[in-house]
Design a protein around this ligand. Structure first.
Ligand code: SAM
Length: 277
């Protein structure tokens, strides 16, 4: 019987966010796979846990992943942690989870700290529909393509960014979505200097051109205003009925039924008009 891969989130700044379930998963796993063992050992020391560790980071996933899978298949259980936050979210883990899923190894996700969720919830932007965009690429062409694909996006958009790249990213976002677009800059979440700056992309870009940003940021950008679809009139309905009758040979009743459905019109009103046409 194979073991279980536990995805164990770790605090994004505040050790008070360690939950009993996270600590239990770390204490009970046979071994821990960590993005940076030097970072994770501090957390383990804080919890008084001693465990064998292996490293699993961005540049060794293709060798370390199969080695971890082999141990899981042999019956060991593994707790995967990253430097901060939820594994597999803009952090190593995605490929390992896919490997486990393919091999039929159980994956248990322990809910916990995740910067994007904390930021969105407190952003003041609409939360009903959102899209997580992670980090924008450094490569100019890929970055442009990514931003272009979001130009008409109506959902709230969430981006991660490193402080030294923040000024350039804000300038690119302001250029793509316009300087008046609302943004919430969620900074140093769960830490001493936690702050949510609710402003516009233009103002934020200007501010950080002169003031070097400090700390970690999540950007929550308001989506585009929904486009108003022009409402169809009964005249449009009549045109469509005529076309359906001529081109598809539909009966008056069937043509009215189709046209009314396609254009969101009242079938009775359209029929009344169409019989007199
Ligand atoms: N897996 C992590 C998670 O669940 O949030 C994200 C890891 S990603 C490599 C790191 C990015 O997350 C940072 O560049 C920043 O955008 C965001 N982040 C992490 N901790 C944060 C915090 N305390 N406050 C604001 N943003 C944070």
């Amino acid at each position: 019987m194979s073991g279980i891969l536990y995805l164990v989130p770790t605090p994004i700044g505040n050790l008070g966010d360690i939950s009993p379930r996270m600590a239990e998963a770390l204490a009970q796993a046979d071994f821990i796979a960590a993005e940076d063992t030097r970072v994770s050992v501090k957390l383990l020391n804080h919890l008084g846990i001693k465990k064998p560790m292996v490293s699993y980071y961005r540049h060794n996933t293709s060798t370390s992943g199969p080695a971890i899978l082999e141990r899981l298949l042999a019956g060991e259980s593994c707790a995967l942690v990253t430097d901060a936050g939820t594994p597999a979210i803009s952090d190593p883990g995605e490929e390992l989870v896919a490997l486990c899923a393919q091999a039929g190894v159980e994956v248990v996700s322990i809910p916990g700290p995740c910067a994007l969720v904390a930021a969105l919830a407190a952003s003041g932007q609409p939360t009903g529909r959102f899209t997580f965009e992670g980090f924008l690429a450094m490569n100019k062409k890929n970055r442009r393509r990514h931003l272009e694909s979001l130009r008409g996006e109506e959902r709230t958009m969430i981006f991660y960014e490193a402080p030294h790249k923040l000024p350039a990213t804000l300038a690119d976002l302001a250029e793509t979505f316009g300087p008046d677009r609302p943004v919430s800059l969620c900074r140093e979440l769960t830490k001493l200097h936690e702050e949510i700056i609710r402003t516009t992309l233009g103002e934020a870009a200007e501010r950080y051109q002169t003031e070097p940003p400090k700390g970690e940021f999540v950007l929550v950008v308001r989506g585009a205003e929904p486009r108003e679809e022009p409402e169809a009139t009964l005249e449009d309905g009549l045109d469509r009925v005529r076309a359906l009758r001529e081109e598809e040979g539909l009966s008056l009743r069937d043509a009215v039924k189709r046209a009314a459905k396609e254009l969101g019109l009242s079938r009775n009103e359209l029929y009344r008009l169409a019989v007199e046409d």
